[in-house]
Design a protein around this ligand. Structure first.
Ligand SMILES: NC(=O)c1ccc[n+]([C@@H]2O[C@H](COP(=O)([O-])OP(=O)(O)OC[C@H]3O[C@@H](n4cnc5c(N)ncnc54)[C@H](OP(=O)(O)O)[C@@H]3O)[C@@H](O)[C@H]2O)c1
Length: 267
């Protein structure tokens, strides 16, 4: 499948994985609509990919606000009148525990962006995706959406919710010609997830992936219309012990991994 002339909305396009994906899609001839909250970042991205003359645009959007997402959908509808790909990528982590002040509110905010943000965007843009089918939605989750190893319950909850929702949604939307995929990055150094501890560890740094690998996985998910991709790919194997021998997996997590974890991991 070619991305030439396809209309693609990417949330969280102002930095990291979303920005990389916007650059890659634009270089393949897609018309990119970049969404995020930081207008200055979106403006410079637009300049970098060739501006409105090339069919690109941006819309300042807070995905956790239904009203803001509705305004994004209006923008896409009036500017393009169609939508071929929605990448729900906006996300962040706030690892405050339940015992800390504001711990519950932090969990609510994480869910509001990482999970409900994807739900709001998909719901508002669905009529355009259906009328433009075959089309795709790719949700950027995390390996933390399959494995609770990172020591950050709020983030894990948001990403498990996103993966479960995506898996159920794919069969619902398949009959309408809308493919749903999920990409699960591992440890990728970005602005929001700097991986400072892992980057300086002589062994663990080999576990790091790149923004470009995640972007390539997003595009591959769309091209091949597959459901799931982990990045790096071999991270998929990490799920096997949990699926095949849950008690052993939990014992290993408690005895080997949890004691060595110095604070939550950026997953
Ligand atoms: N890096 C990793 O190791 C890693 C691993 C697994 C999964 N992920 C996932 O990958 C996605 C991208 O993260 P990243 O690593 O590229 O981090 P990043 O550089 O911090 O990018 C996050 C993006 O999300 C946007 N965003 C955050 N809250 C938003 C909101 N309420 N409304 C709209 N946009 C919002 C940010 O833009 P504004 O601040 O301008 O709004 C930014 O563009 C996230 O969903 C993250 O959970 C990352």
């Amino acid at each position: 499948m070619s991305f030439e002339n396809r209309v693609c909305v990417i949330t969280g396009a102002s930095s990291g994985i979303g920005r990389r994906t916007a650059l890659d899609l634009a270089s393949l001839g897609a018309r990119v609509c970049a969404a995020a909250r930081r207008e200055d970042r979106l403006e410079s991205l637009l300049l970098e990919i060739g501006g409105e003359e090339q069919g690109h645009s941006f819309h300042v959007t807070n995905v956790s606000s239904k009203q803001s997402v509705k305004s994004l959908a209006d923008h896409v509808s009036t500017t393009y009148g169609r939508l071929d790909l929605l990448v729900n990528n906006a996300g962040f982590s706030d690892s405050r525990s339940l015992e800390e002040p504001g711990g519950v509110a932090a969990l609510e905010r994480v869910m509001a962006t990482n999970f409900y943000g994807a739900v709001f965007c998909t719901a508002e843009l669905l009529p355009l995706l259906v009328s433009s089918s075959p089309s795709s939605v790719v949700n950027v989750a995390s390996v933390a959406g399959r494995l609770a190893l990172g020591g950050d319950p709020s983030y894990c909850a948001s990403k498990f919710a996103l993966v479960g929702w995506s898996e159920a949604l794919q069969s619902q939307l398949a009959g309408k010609g809308v493919h749903v995929g999920v990409v699960e990055p591992g440890l990728i150094p970005t602005e929001g997830f700097p991986q400072a501890k892992v980057r300086t560890d002589p062994l663990l740094r080999y576990l790091l992936g790149t923004e470009a690998q995640v972007s390539a996985a997003i595009l591959d998910t769309v091209r091949r219309r597959v459901f799931e991709r982990t990045v790096p790919r071999w991270y998929y194997l990490l799920q096997l012990p949990r699926l095949l021998a849950p008690p052993l997996y939990r014992a290993a997590e408690r005895r080997l991994i949890a004691p060595r974890r110095v604070g939550p991991l950026d997953l």
